[in-house]
Design a protein around this ligand. Structure first.
Ligand SMILES: Cc1cc2nc3c(=O)[nH]c(=O)nc-3n(C[C@H](O)[C@H](O)[C@H](O)COP(=O)(O)O)c2cc1C
Length: 186
């Protein structure tokens, strides 16, 4: 966190408000989120819909989803298996810690979200530099009210995403997914 604190931000506003949860409180929060998800109680502060993707963006999203399901050994028609894989998000991938990245709301929030994205990448690289690993998760942002309530966080702070982290489990099948990137010279 001390490394990530050096993240650049618009006008050095440092808008990140980071809460790290571990142990029993994390397990309790996981149960709460899993239940909210079962009951369709989504309380996202910011919209997210893969249907908004188009053309090459949509193709990449589908390619990634297929690669992940394959790595996890789930058939596309296996609804239950797919749900189990989605739920791993809400079990924080069995990581020992999860960081929730909150932010204040300024204007249309785009510039603030850019700062938080920068912070997230700094945090991930700081983890990697120490042999740790993290998974950034927009899906945790779908339960902003539940997280705020559990951690007693003010309504003014908005949840952009979370990062589950710990020492990586190289045997986790999802870790075998390799989606790659387009060439720089495409
Ligand atoms: C802001 C952000 C949010 C993400 N949200 C999720 C998520 O909710 N669940 C998940 O499994 N992966 C999530 N990812 C991971 C991406 O799916 C992943 O980075 C992408 O598929 C490329 O895979 P790679 O980073 O392993 O190469 C997220 C990544 C970012 C940057």
């Amino acid at each position: 966190m001390e490394d990530a604190q050096f993240t650049p931000s618009n006008c050095n506003t440092q808008p990140w408000d980071v809460h790290i949860v571990s142990g029993n409180i994390k397990d309790e929060l996981s149960r709460k989120i899993l239940e909210a998800n079962r009951n369709g109680q989504h309380t996202a502060d910011f919209s997210f819909d893969t249907k908004d993707y188009y053309a090459r963006y949509s193709e990449r999203q589908i390619e990634q989803a297929i690669a992940y399901q394959q790595a996890m050994g789930i058939d596309r028609n296996d609804r239950e298996g797919r749900m189990r894989v989605v739920n791993l998000n809400y079990e924080f991938f069995h990581a020992p810690h999860v960081a929730f990245l909150f932010m204040p709301s300024f204007g249309d929030n785009v510039r603030v979200a850019a700062d938080i994205g920068m912070y997230g990448q700094s945090f991930l690289l700081a983890l990697a530099a120490r042999g740790l690993g993290g998974v950034p998760q927009t899906s945790l942002g779908f339960f902003a009210n539940q997280v705020r309530e559990s951690l007693d966080i003010s309504e003014d702070m908005k949840l952009l995403f979370g990062i589950s982290f710990g020492y990586p489990d190289e045997d986790f099948p999802g870790a075998l997914m390799r989606v790659g990137r387009d060439s720089v010279n495409k």
